[in-house]
Design a protein around this ligand. Structure first.
Ligand code: 9GP
Length: 816
């Protein structure tokens, strides 16, 4: 910038920007100021939404102050920073979270109350920022909260989609999708940075010519150019002044409007370039754990990493240090393979634009990047076809071929003559057309590769990348078990439970060190503590029952067991098995005499979750659940004992209502398929017990709670493959339902526990749950003990693991 303040002006500036004491009066002034000046409203022209906006803008002012001083401090110190690259950030609402993290919620609520508005109502006015599909995107949001709370110098980078994940409604039992245009009324939580833009190019050709030093130089002549515009989302830490940034890019055309075409009457042509450019960041692809080979998706991936790298490099260049120092300032984490093309982009920039040789560039690139794998499901592993990559990013395709050539040459040196091995390990998959295995590219180029739970990391090393582990050594591969932020998922979502914990532990410090929850164990058998604990659960269930009444038109019994399965609908997550179990339960109830029926433990089964719009089987499961609900809920004789609901439009805000209200939640994926799961952690943290398979993070949760405080069932991962094999080759055992004794012997494990019989084990587990639930004191004890064992599953622990073992960064708390 051309302007530099004199020392006197800088001092005046400092005085003027010094934070004012946040009294109730000051909050009211700010609120009214935003209502009248930012929104042009008056006292006679206000409603809850305008009051939400006025509050949001004034909270944002607080955030911006903290954010500015954090960023200025980081710029002065110039520490090593981590850059978390993710195509998804499932943030949800921001106001409540910001108020709580800044520690100003009560003051705001009181101040606003005196102006005639209720803070709880205003919070409900906010639209979710739903820029993600499920676990992967929400994990990124939890990680941002932890990075800020733990004072790490960190940035998140991603895409500012105009349309987030679609909104789901249920029409005649079917999922119906509606666009989520979340920006209709603007977004107070972002700062549009029209001053921060970068060019991004696609297509064209590459010209090879002789450089001054005799080697070849490559010039990329693209055919399409767009511009990336920054939007900043300040993320406040809890109990610290650190406020970090998620920078999301939005695409804009680079050329002016085409007047020549317009004047010639070719209106469509005159705006085509503009709309094409803006389309890049229009929509989030609504697929979870499923890869879609669309050109626009690849454009999104390159667009965001290209802008991000220019931004990172600009920041690095301010240090004036040589390129060799880049890895001392920069760690880049790839959230899944979605940003993997960024590896190639950095190699390209260093060689083609900065003039480094291949080896010099490669040394830097491989010290900077690390990669998190989030799935072993083959249908989710990205592969871009070579023709598509060549068309869109011709120079990158050349570099990928070179990376692969050098890699395979060294594999060949290690295993001479093993052509099969070369074929298996090649980054390029042979076929018509050839394709690029993005996960292999990431493994070859990153210094560290991690899975997201112990079992998953084990499968990553033993199955997915076993030959790479042998080749590179086990040191490149590690595990970082996922976690969730207790600030959003307990303190914010379950304020009464949070208050009880704080009162019992006589401090709020557990919110920064979740392992302190273990101190609650001493109260697990205390009847008074149990009473308070369960009373909070009951009131959360009542609140959910009200939501269900309003959205599903079903009046559920809040005293029944609330049995929840809410997550993306997917075959591997087995909502189908769950609904079969529910139908079985219903049929059993039908057969009972009144006397037996009266002894049954009432249950409300709650499903929620979106299906990818093109996923036929998942959509049929939703339809089946809704049809079954229509039968089950209208049976006057049995509906006292069994109700079934599908709550539409599962999102972060709905999860904040559902999770604190569950007695049990189901995490029943086929062993070896769910990499981690994170909602399992949220449910237990809120005193719900898990019914789950021996999969993902369920296993580690069980290790922490002890087997008596979790309902695990089913087969272990190695057996699953064996069973699949038997089924595929027709040697699986078919069971005639009449053969009760045979079924029983299968149940008791006489013939092992094959996964095809898991529905039976599931039913048995549900019986166990019923029995346990009847002993109220025992149930309360389990609930308390399980929640108290959740210290490990804070995303703070995950982030500290990443920081220490992968990124090698240190906290940098801003000075007071
Ligand atoms: O399916 C996994 C889920 O198990 C995990 O908890 C989450 C966060 O690590 O990532 C999901 N994976 C994906 O969404 C796609 O790889």
């Amino acid at each position: 910038p051309g302007w530099k303040p004199s020392p006197e002006i800088a001092a005046r500036w400092k005085k003027l920007t010094a934070p004012k004491e946040l009294t109730e009066e000051h909050i009211q002034e700010e609120f009214v100021n935003h209502a009248t000046k930012t929104l042009a409203r008056s006292a006679f022209n206000m409603d809850d939404f305008a009051a939400y906006q006025a509050s949001a803008y004034s909270v944002r002012d607080q955030l911006i102050d903290q954010w500015n001083s954090t960023q200025m401090y980081h710029t002065t110190v110039s520490p090593k920073r981590v850059y978390y690259l993710s195509l998804e950030f499932l943030i949800g609402r921001s106001m409540d979270n910001a108020l709580l993290n800044l520690g100003i919620k009560d003051r705001y609520a009181n101040a606003i109350d005196k102006l005639g508005f209720n803070m709880e109502d205003l919070v409900e006015q906010e639209t979710d920022a739903a820029l993600g599909n499920g676990g992967l995107g929400r994990l990124a949001a939890c990680f941002m909260d932890s990075l800020a709370t733990l004072d790490y110098p960190a940035w998140g980078y991603g895409i500012r989609y105009n349309y987030g994940i679609f909104e789901q409604s249920i029409v005649d039992g079917y999922q119906t999708e509606h666009p989520d245009y979340w920006l209709t009324f603007g977004n107070p939580w972002e700062i549009q940075r029209l001053d921060i833009t970068y060019p991004v190019a696609f297509g064209g050709t590459v010209i090879r010519s002789k450089g001054a030093s005799g080697g070849f130089v490559y010039t990329w002549e693209p055919t399409e150019r767009v511009v990336a515009v920054a939007h900043d989302f300040p993320i406040p830490g809890f109990g610290t002044k650190s406020t970090i940034n998620i920078r999301l890019w939005s695409s804009k055309p680079s050329n002016e409007f085409d007047f020549a075409s317009f004047n010639a009457g070719e209106y469509e042509k005159s705006v085509k370039e503009q709309t094409d450019a803006e389309n890049i960041t229009s929509c989030l692809y609504p697929n979870d754990n499923h890869y879609i080979g669309k050109k626009l998706r690849l454009k999104q991936q390159y667009f965001f990493v290209c802008a991000t790298l220019q931004d990172i490099i600009r920041r690095f260049k301010k240090t004036g240090e040589p390129w060799s120092e880049f890895p001392k300032h920069v760690a880049i984490q790839l959230n899944d393979t979605h940003p993997t093309i960024g590896i190639v982009e950095l190699q390209r920039i260093l060689i083609d634009e900065e003039g480094l040789d291949w080896d010099g560039a490669w040394k830097i690139v491989t010290k900077v990047y690390s990669y998190t794998n989030h799935t072993v499901l083959p249908e989710a592993l990205e592969k871009w076809t070579v023709p598509l990559l060549k068309e869109l990013l011709p120079r990158h395709m050349m570099i990928i071929f070179d990376i692969n050539l050098f890699f395979l040459q060294s594999v060949e040196r290690r295993y001479p003559g093993d052509r099969e091995k070369l074929r298996r390990m090649s980054i390029i998959e042979e076929g018509v057309p050839q394709s690029v295995r993005m996960a292999y590219l990431a493994v070859v180029c990153c210094h560290t590769v991690n899975g997201v739970a112990e079992l998953h990391s084990d499968l990553v090393q033993k199955q997915l990348f076993s030959e790479f582990v042998e080749y590179f050594g086990a040191g490149r591969f590690t595990n970082v078990t996922n976690g969730v932020t207790p600030r959003r998922w307990l303190h914010q979502a379950n304020p009464r439970l949070s208050a009880l914990i704080t009162k019992t532990l006589k401090s709020q410090h557990w919110l920064k060190d979740l392992s302190e929850l273990a101190k609650l164990k001493q109260f697990a058998s205390d009847p008074e503590f149990q009473r308070k604990w369960m009373e909070i659960k009951a009131s959360n269930k009542k609140r959910l029952a009200e939501h269900i009444a309003a959205h599903c038109n079903v009046y559920v019994n809040p005293d029944a067991i609330f049995d929840v399965q809410c997550k993306r609908i997917h075959e591997y997550k087995r909502q189908f098995m769950n609904i079969l179990q529910v139908i079985h339960r219903y049929e059993e109830l039908q057969k009972m005499t009144d006397e037996v029926l009266a002894k049954q433990v009432p249950r409300v089964v709650i499903f929620a979750g979106k299906s990818a719009p093109g996923y036929y089987i998942a959509k049929m499961v939703i339809k089946l659940i809704n049809n079954a609900a229509n039968v089950i809920n209208y049976n006057l004789r049995t509906s006292k004992y069994l109700q079934l609901v599908f709550i539409p439009n599962y999102n972060v805000s709905l999860a904040e209502i559902i999770i604190p209200a569950s007695d049990i939640s189901q995490h029943i994926s086929t062993a070896g398929t769910e990499a981690s799961g994170t909602s399992n952690m949220k449910f237990v943290l809120n005193g719900g017990l898990i019914v789950g398979t021996v999969d993902g993070a369920n296993i580690e949760i069980g290790e922490e709670t002890g087997p008596e405080n979790i309902f695990l069932f089913g087969v272990l991962t190695p057996e699953v493959e064996d069973i699949r094999h038997k089924q595929t080759y027709g040697t699986g055992i078919k069971v005639d339902p009449k053969l009760d004794s045979v079924v029983e012997s299968i149940r008791d494990g006489t013939y092992g526990q094959p996964a095809i019989f898991e529905p039976l084990l599931h039913i048995d587990t549900m019986r166990k749950v019923d029995a346990c639930f009847q002993n109220k004191a025992e149930w309360a004890k389990k609930s308390i003990l399980a929640a108290a064992s959740m210290g490990k599953f804070s995303s703070d622990r995950s982030i500290n693991d990443y920081a220490k073992n992968i990124w090698h960064i240190s906290p940098l708390p801003p000075p007071e």
